[in-house]
Ligand binder design. Structure first.
Ligand code: LLP
Length: 868
C-alpha cells in the first residue's frame, strides 16, 4: 500500500453511538459552499446522537482526468495532465483556505506512478487502480483539513483498511471492479468506536494482500452501502445533486414527481432501468441488513429526498415510475414447426450467447418468441444481426425489427392492479405494441413500441398515472415545481396575451366571475395562419367549440366558413353572420325532422349513416351530399374524443360504402364530398395528410367527389411553452396529396385550434382549506364552468392574476363549489399563496369551456366577454 494511514482519532466518543454513513458524490464535494452544507449535516447527525462516517468521491471530473493521465503516460505525454490535476487540487485547497501540503505526498506518488507507466509504456490493472484511487485520496486529505478548521473532530480513514475485497475474479475484474463481501464486522465496529467523525474514500478498497483495488465506476455508492452494512449503521445517506428518485426522467419530463418512499425491490428496479441517481449495486448490502437509505440533495439540503426502506408506505400495489429506453432491436422467432419440441429455447438462446448478445426482455408464446436487445449492452451492427438471423434459421424463422423503444411501468404488485391501469393502457389502442413482458417479480410491466411514439406515450401515461394524484406519503412535488422547467432550454418564451392585458382582465373580473374572456386578435391570428396554408381551400370553424356570437362574427369577417352539428347551431350562425356564409352540417344520429329542417335552410349536409338514405330517400333527391367515413383508426388527447373504429358511433365504415353509393344513386343524390374526423387535440402533423390519403382512395367509388374534408382536431399545447402543431409540415404533407389528386379540394374544420388559446376563465378565490398536506383553493368556477379537467383529466394552466410575478410558495389544488369529488380544476400547482378575493386565471380555455358549461347544482352559467 503506497500511503501511510493517519492515526485514529481518540476524541469525544462513547462506544454506544450508532453509526450513520453519509456519502457525497463528485459535484457534492467540489466547492466550499457544498462543504459548508456537509459540515452542517455532520453537526446535525452529531446532535442526533449519531456517529457520522463521511464517504467521498473525487472532485468532479478528476477520475476522468486520471484516466486521461494514463492514456497520455503510455505515450510519454503525462506531464501536462499531471500539472492540471495538481493545479486543480491546489486551487481547491486555496478555495477551502487550507494548506495544500497535506496532499503533496499523494501528488508526488501520482507523479511517480505516471512516470512508471511512461517508462514501461503500458498500464497494468494494479497501476491503474492505484492511479484512479488518487482522486478520492486527494480530496479527502483536503476535506479533512478543512473540517478541522471548522472545529469538527474528524479522523481521516484510509478506506483500504476498512474494505477488503474478496479477491475473486480474473486479474482485471479483481482489481478494477472488485467486490467486497458484506456482513457485520465487529472488528471494524470496535475500531470506529474511537472515532467521532470519520472521513474516508468511496470507490477505493484493498485486496487480501493489501494492494489497492477499486470498485468500478459508481463504486462510491457501493462503498457507502458496504460500510453501513459492516458497521450496522442506522441509516445510509447518499447526497447527490438531485433530490431523489423521480417517477420519470425529470430532464425529459419536468412533470415527473419526486418519489418520497420506495422499497428496496422498487428502487433496485428503477436504478437498474437507467435512473442515474444511485448505483444499482449499492442496494443489496443495505437491503440485506435492513438499513434504510436516504437520498438527499446537497444543493438543497432542506429537501426531504427519497427514503428507501424495507417497509415503505404506499400500500401493497402501486405504479411508482415510468422509464423508457430507445434504440432497441427486436428479434422475433417464429417457431411454428417447433411446437412442443423440447430444447428450442436453449438452442435459440445459445446462439445469442455465442454471439455475445445480452437479451433484455423476452416474451414467448406457443409459436413465437420475441426478444429485445439493448444497444447500450450490445454491439448491434448489421453484420452481427445478419449472423444472428443466419444462425437462428435452422431452428425458426427469425425477423429483426429496428427502431423500437421500451416503456416500463415499475412498482410493486403491478399484476394485481392491471384493471386500474385500464385508462392508461387505452393509449396502446392506437399504437403498435411489439412485445409485452411482465416480470415474475411483479415489479415491472414493459411494452415495446415503435420508437417514434415512445416519448409521447410516456408523457401521456405519466399524466394518466400521476398527474391526478396529490402529494402523499409516496409522491412528492413535480420537478418543475422544485426547479422550474429549465427556462434556459427553450430559446424564446412567447408571452401569452393575458400577461399583456392583465389590467383589462382584472377589470372584467371586478364585474363578476366566473367569466370567460376571449382575445379577439389571437383568434384572428390563428385563423390567418390556417388560411395561409397553400393546400387548404376552405377553413370551416367547428362552432361547437365556442358558439359565442361576437366570436362567430369575427371569424366570418376573417374568411371562415362554419361547421355545425345541430339545428340550433345552424340558426345561430345564420342569425349572427347572415345567409351568405357557407355552412356545413354534420349531424350524428339527428332525427329526420332536424335533417329536413336543416336542408330547408340551404346548408351542405354530411351524412354519416345509411339509415336516412334507406328510410327517407325522398329528402335527398337532386341534392349534393357529403359522406362521413370511419377512418378505422382514431387519434386524440383522450378516448372520449377519438372518433373512429367500431367502438365509435361516428362515420360509415368502409365496407358499407358500396351500399351507400347504391342508395345515394337510387335516391337521386350526388356524393360530392368525403369527410373524416379522427379525433381532437392531435399534435402530429402527419394525421391530416394520412386522412386525405385514405379519403382519396375512397373516391374511386364516388366519381363526382371534388372535396375531401379532413375534419378538425388540430391540437394546441395544453400550456404555454410546449411545442405546438407544426403547420408547415402539415401543409407540406397535404401538398403531396394534392399533387397526386390536383382536382380535389382539401378542407379543414378546426374548432379548438382557432379559439382555445384565445380564451381564459377568470375565477375568484372564495376560501382556502388545508387537509393533510394538501392545500385546497376554492374558487367560484367549477366543473359546471369548465368540465374538461373532470371529464378528460385535461390540464389547464392556472395563473395567479392578482399576484402575477410573485414567487410560488405553496402547492395548491384548485377546486369549485360543486357537490362532486371530481370538481377539481387543477391539481398540485405551485403558486403564491392566494387570499380570499384573489383572481385566478385558467388558461387555454377558449374551446369547449363556456360551450360545455352547465347549470348543475343550479349555480348558473358563466359570462363570456370578447376583447377587441
Ligand atoms: N369536425 C368534427 C366532425 C368534429 O366532430 C369536431 C369535434 C371538430 C370538427 C372540431 O374538432 P376540434 O379541432 O375543435 O377539436 N369536448 C372535447 C372535444 C370534442 C370534439 C368533438 N368534435 C374537448 O374539450 O377536448
Amino acid at each position: 500500500m503506497g500511503t501511510p494511514t493517519a492515526p485514529m482519532g481518540t476524541t469525544t466518543t462513547e462506544p454506544s453511538r450508532p453509526v450513520v454513513v453519509l456519502k457525497f458524490g463528485g459535484t457534492s464535494v467540489s466547492s466550499l459552499a457544498r462543504w459548508r452544507t456537509i459540515a452542517d449535516a455532520i453537526r446535525e447527525r452529531l446532535d442526533e446522537g449519531l456517529r457520522p462516517l463521511v464517504v467521498c468521491s473525487a472532485l468532479a471530473g478528476v477520475t476522468n482526468a486520471l484516466e486521461e493521465l494514463l492514456r497520455q503516460a503510455v505515450i510519454g505525454q503525462q506531464e501536462p495532465v499531471l500539472a492540471a490535476i495538481r493545479e486543480r487540487h491546489l486551487a481547491f485547497a486555496a478555495e477551502l483556505g487550507v494548506d495544500a501540503a497535506c496532499c503533496e505526498p499523494e501528488l508526488d506518488e501520482l507523479s511517480r506512478l505516471a512516470t512508471g507507466a511512461a517508462l514501461v509504456g503500458e498500464v497494468t490493472p494494479r497501476l491503474r487502480a492505484r492511479v484512479l484511487a488518487k482522486g478520492e485520496l486527494l480530496l479527502t486529505r483536503l476535506a479533512a483539513a478543512w473540517l478541522e478548521t471548522q472545529g469538527l473532530p474528524v479522523t481521516w480513514l484510509d478506506a483500504r483498511e476498512w474494505l477488503v475485497s474478496d479477491g475473486r475474479g480474473n486479474d482485471a475484474r479483481r482489481i478494477l471492479s472488485a467486490t467486497v463481501d458484506a456482513g457485520p464486522d465487529d472488528a471494524l465496529v470496535r475500531r470506529l468506536s474511537s472515532v467521532s467523525v470519520g472521513l474516508t474514500q468511496g470507490f477505493v478498497a484493498s485486496d487480501p494482500s493489501g494492494a489497492t483495488v477499486i470498485l468500478g465506476r459508481g463504486g462510491s455508492d457501493t462503498s457507502a452501502a458496504l460500510l453501513a452494512n459492516k458497521l450496522s449503521a442506522v441509516r445510509c445517506e447518499i447526497w447527490t445533486d438531485v433530490p431523489g428518485m423521480f417517477t420519470a426522467d425529470p430532464h425529459k419530463l419536468p412533470q415527473a414527481r419526486l418519489l418520497k418512499a420506495l422499497d428496496f425491490a422498487e428502487a433496485q428496479e428503477i436504478a437498474t432501468m437507467g435512473a442515474k441517481v444511485l448505483h444499482p449495486r449499492c442496494l443489496a448490502p443495505l437491503r440485506d441488513a435492513g438499513i434504510p437509505l436516504q437520498i438527499r440533495c446537497t444543493p438543497h439540503p432542506a429537501m426531504e429526498g427519497t427514503l428507501i426502506c424495507a417497509d415503505a408506505p404506499g400500500g401493497p400495489a402501486q405504479v411508482k415510475a415510468l422509464s423508457s429506453r430507445k434504440g432497441l432491436v427486436l428479434v422475433s422467432m417464429d417457431t411454428l414447426g417447433m411446437w412442443q419440441q423440447v430444447g428450442f429455447l436453449a438452442d435459440a438462446f445459445a446462439v445469442f450467447r455465442d454471439l455475445g448478445l445480452s437479451v433484455d426482455t423476452v416474451s414467448t408464446s406457443e409459436t413465437e418468441v420475441t426478444a429485445s436487445l439493448d444497444p447500450t449492452a450490445n454491439a448491434l451492427d448489421d453484420e452481427v444481426l445478419a449472423e444472428l438471423v443466419r444462425r437462428l434459421t435452422p431452428f425458426c424463422r427469425a425477423r429483426v425489427t429496428h427502431g423500437c423503444a421500451s416503456i416500463s411501468l415499475v412498482g410493486r404488485g403491478i399484476r394485481g392492479i392491471l384493471h386500474r391501469l385500464a385508462p392508461a393502457l387505452e393509449l396502446f389502442e392506437e399504437h403498435r405494441v411489439h412485445l409485452v413482458s411482465q416480470a415474475a417479480s411483479d415489479l415491472n410491466l414493459t411494452f415495446v413500441v415503435d420508437e417514434g411514439t415512445a416519448e409521447r406515450l410516456v408523457v401521456k401515461l405519466h399524466q394518466l398515472l400521476f398527474s391526478h394524484r396529490g402529494t402523499d406519503e409516496v409522491l412528492g412535488p413535480r420537478w418543475q415545481d422544485l426547479f422550474g422547467t429549465g427556462a434556459g432550454r427553450s430559446a424564446k418564451r412567447v408571452v401569452p396575451w393575458y400577461e399583456t392585458r392583465r389590467d383589462e382582465l382584472l377589470a372584467v373580473a371586478l364585474a363578476g366571475t366566473p367569466t370567460y374572456v376571449l382575445d379577439g386578435p389571437t383568434v384572428d391570428a390563428r385563423l390567418a395562419s390556417l388560411r395561409a396554408l397553400h393546400s387548404v381551400s376552405r377553413v370551416l370553424y367547428a362552432m361547437k367549440a365556442n358558439p359565442e356570437p361576437a366570436l362567430l362574427r369575427r371569424l366570418a369577417a376573417g374568411g371562415a366558413s362554419f361547421e355545425t352539428v345541430s339545428l340550433g347551431e345552424i340558426r345561430r350562425v345564420r342569425e349572427v353572420v347572415g345567409d351568405e356564409t357557407f355552412v356545413l352540417y354534420t349531424p350524428n344520429f339527428a332525427p329526420r325532422s332536424e335533417i329536413e329542417a336543416a336542408l330547408g335552410l340551404g346548408v351542405q349536409l354530411t351524412l354519416d349513416d345509411l339509415h336516412p338514405l334507406e328510410h327517407w330517400p325522398e329528402l335527398f333527391a337532386g341534392r349534393e351530399l357529403f359522406v362521413r367515413l370511419d377512418p378505422g383508426r382514431g387519434r386524440g388527447h383522450h378516448a372520449h374524443v377519438r372518433t373512429a373504429g367500431s367502438r365509435s358511433k361516428f362515420g360509415v365504415s368502409p365496407d358499407q360504402l358500396a351500399r351507400f353509393a347504391e342508395l345515394a344513386a337510387a335516391a337521386g343524390a350526388f356524393v360530392t364530398g368525403l369527410h373524416a374526423h379522427v379525433g381532437s387535440g392531435v399534435l402530429d402533423p402527419t394525421t391530416w395528410p394520412e386522412t386525405a390519403g385514405f379519403l382519396a382512395e375512397a373516391t374511386e367509388r364516388f366519381p363526382e367527389v371534388r372535396v375531401l374534408d379532413l375534419g378538425g382536431g388540430l391540437g394546441v399545447p395544453d400550456r404555454p411553452g410546449r411545442p405546438s402543431l407544426d403547420l408547415q409540415e402539415l401543409d407540406a404533407g397535404l401538398a403531396r396529396v394534392r399533387q397526386a389528386h390536383p382536382d380535389l379540394q382539401l378542407w379543414l374544420e378546426p374548432g379548438r385550434y382557432l379559439v382555445a388559446e384565445a380564451g381564459v376563465l377568470l375565477a375568484t378565490v372564495t376560501q382556502l382549506k388545508r387537509k393533510g398536506d394538501l392545500l385546497y383553493v376554492g374558487v367560484d368556477a367549477g366543473m359546471h364552468t369548465l368540465l374538461r379537467p373532470a371529464l378528460y383529466g385535461a390540464t389547464h394552466p392556472v395563473v395567479p392574476l392578482t399576484r402575477m410575478g410573485e414567487p410560488g410558495d405553496v402547492v395548491a389544488t384548485v377546486v369549485g363549489p360543486i357537490c362532486e369529488t371530481g370538481d377539481v380544476l387543477a391539481r398540485d400547482r405551485r403558486m403564491p399563496e392566494p387570499r380570499e378575493g384573489d383572481v385566478l386565471l385558467i388558461g387555454v380555455a377558449g374551446a369547449y369551456g363556456a360551450a360545455m358549461s352547465s347549470n348543475y347544482n343550479l349555480r348558473g352559467l358563466p359570462r363570456q366577454v370578447v376583447l377587441d
